[in-house]
Ligand binder design. Structure first.
Ligand SMILES: O=C([O-])C(=O)C[C@H](O)[C@@H](O)C(=O)[O-]
Length: 303
């Protein structure tokens, strides 16, 4: 897939980030992961991000990463494109990006580097080194310590034709509007804040209607229904689902830092597609929180 094809895919519909399956010992479980992707692939996401944020990229080892991407590519071949997460230190991000390209992924999402603050020059050097290390398309992820100004992104785009996408996980309306108005259709844009549905209508109004859904992992039909409602400006359906599901869901998610990912694994377990525990530093939901989530899922799935 060319970088331009990746950009077109990114602009064409709902995207999602599958969770990564671990067994009882906490090791990657390829069989369970493949079964998950087989289950999710037909629901209509336009691409799936393997080993992304919700896929606990930040907790994976260099040794297990290639197998995760290979499993995703092999399982989804001919069904749905796979974009691989990559990130952390520049050299590690390059190793992952090249392993993903070798495994047949269709592009990468370049997630934040590790820990330290960085200048715009430093960020640009990091992104450029990764872009130049591969031929396929690169999407940068605006989040945490990796926050890009439109000037930095414009410079990067001039020098790196394979930089084709910008995913936002910050939620700064001024920043997103500035980026979109400066870069226009040079990039594809993805709303990717934790629980992106809550921001979807506002991002659409800005001119960036595509987002990624983490809840797609356990309520894929409802996630697609919400996406269609956003696409068609069907506010009644959006508001109903926000009231019935997403707002009470946020109350559970907000009980602990890191629950944006843990709650997705809990949801998958509830609907009969368990992926094992989250890895530290994340923590799994408490039993009463799982009960609350199960009640919410019942409500929305019966509708
Ligand atoms: O890696 C990530 O940031 C994500 O997993 C993005 C999520 O899909 C986010 O958009 C969400 O929680 O809906």
């Amino acid at each position: 897939m060319t970088p331009q094809d990746l950009k077109n895919v990114m602009g064409s519909g709902l995207l999602s980030f599958p969770i990564t399956d671990f067994d009882a010992n906490g090791d990657f479980d390829a069989k369970s992961y493949a079964a998950r992707l087989e289950w999710l692939a037909p629901f209509g996401a336009s691409a799936l991000f393997a080993a992304g944020g919700t896929g606990e990229y930040f907790s994976l080892t260099a040794g297990e990463y290639p197998a995760i991407i290979r499993t995703a590519v092999d399982t989804c071949r001919g069904k749905v494109p796979i974009i691989a997460g990559a990130g952390g230190p520049t050299r590690f991000a390059i190793e992952c990006a090249q392993a993903a390209e070798k495994a047949g992924a269709h592009g990468i999402l370049l997630m934040p580097h590790y820990m330290t603050e960085a200048s715009q020059e430093g960020l640009a050097a990091h992104v450029e080194a990764v872009c130049k290390s591969v031929d396929f398309g690169v999407i940068i992820y605006n989040r945490g310590v990796s926050r890009y100004t439109p000037e930095t992104v414009a410079r990067l785009c001039e020098r790196n034709p394979n930089l084709v996408g910008f995913k936002d996980g910050v939620g700064d309306i001024e920043g997103m509007a500035s980026m979109f108005l400066a870069m226009g259709d040079r990039l594809a844009y993805l709303g990717g804040l934790p629980t992106a549905e809550v921001y979807a209508a506002a991002y659409k109004a800005l001119g960036t209607p595509v987002y990624s859904s983490a809840v797609f992992n356990f309520i894929p039909r409802t996630a697609m229904r919400f996406y269609e409602a956003v696409k068609n400006d069907d506010q009644a359906t959006q508001h109903q689902l926000l009231k019935d599901f997403f707002m009470p869901y946020l109350k559970i998610r907000n009980r602990s830092a890191g629950y944006a990912v843990s709650i997705i694994k809990a949801g998958a377990r509830i609907v009969g597609h368990p992926a094992g525990p989250v890895r530290p530093p994340l923590a799994d939901l408490q039993p009463d929180e799982v009960e609350m989530l199960a009640a919410l899922i019942r409500k929305v799935e019966q509708a």
